[in-house]
Ligand binder design. Sequence first.
Ligand code: GDP
Ligand code: MN
Length: 400
Amino acid sequence: MDIHEYQSKELLSRFGIPIPRGGLAYSPEQAAYRAREIGGERWVVKAQVHSGGRGKAGGVALCHTENEVYETADKLFGARLVTEQTGGTGKVVYRVYIEGAVSIAKELYLGLVLDRTAERIMVVASQSGGMEINEISRTRPDSIIRSVIEPAVGMPVFQAREIAFQLGVPLALINETVEVISGCYQAFEQLDATMVEINPLVVTEEGSLFALDAKMTFDDNALFRRPDVAELRDKSQEDPRETRAADRGLSYVGLDGTIGCIVNGGGLAMATMDMIKLSGGSAANFLDIGGGASPERMAKAFRLVVSDQNVAAVLINVFAGINRCDWVAEGLVQAIRRDPVGVPIVVRLAGAYVDEGRRIISQSGLPIIHASTLAEAATRVVKAAQSANVANDVSRLIKP
Ligand code: GDP
Ligand code: MN
């Protein structure tokens, strides 16, 4: 789970990370009011969306008057910010953060990530932070500082100190930088994060240290034991298809093809998508119904998959062990009877209660295409999706 910049800053400040004075606004009036509260003569108005690269996309603006803060916020609210990370559809701005501006002398990069290969938390840092960090990591990878944390030891002060020196901060700021690095590690560890990123971490003209931007990502599987983190979730920033599924206890991944997939188990999902690709198609999504799915659960899953506008055909591929093919078939038939669908459906069932499952489908009289192997199912669904697409195009042509 991702959270907003202002939320990350609030959490990190509890671990001793210095942040500029700031406040959140839900309207332009509130934004101007926040600026007055903060005081000073310059403010930075920042769109709160779950994405980096806001600076380059017009989501971060330096303002010199309260009126300018108002106008900038007014433009941002309700706008769809398209950054290099959001994809074409972008993300809508509902919250704006106002901060007292600081004069930057140097922008540094500090990140902590879960390195899955090393099975350790790794500190990644660079003397050249700010908006060019991706460029730097590509063109001068050797300049990136990396330091792996031993889980049994945690982060000893000498390790943080070594990183601080490598970052080249002024000597007077070494201790404070050490505290920032250690604080980030504490926050990472104690809040079950998978990423903590401060970019830029700045040294100001006046010689102080501030986190100007902060980003945190959390382990979804640990949220149950971190209620204060879980409540920071902002569904307006997530793929609505995935949110709806998660709320129903289903695990759903949205993709950009045309075939909706319902499977059981992650491995089968991968194999199914590979077979679809091999047959010349591509998946619009995949939904994992998990083990022991009841007919009701299957019906919910089906409705969710067909509610995606991009779906031109559906493939249901279930290899039942803990599951039962008859329950899957029952759920499917229920769902279609209640709410008929306009897209072709291909079903491949195998495993427990397969004969019963097939019988339920054939006796239902519904136009469901049956396949006995995955290869056959994939070929059929790709063909079905292609002709469905052609039919759609033709009906679009015919319509005035
Ligand atoms: P991002 O583009 O989404 O990563 O947003 P950031 O919060 O990192 O802001 C982008 C850039 O805006 C930073 O790298 C800074 O150069 C600049 N910026 C942000 N806050 C301030 C500030 O208080 N003063 C000044 N002068 N620049 C700022
Ligand atoms: Mn940034």
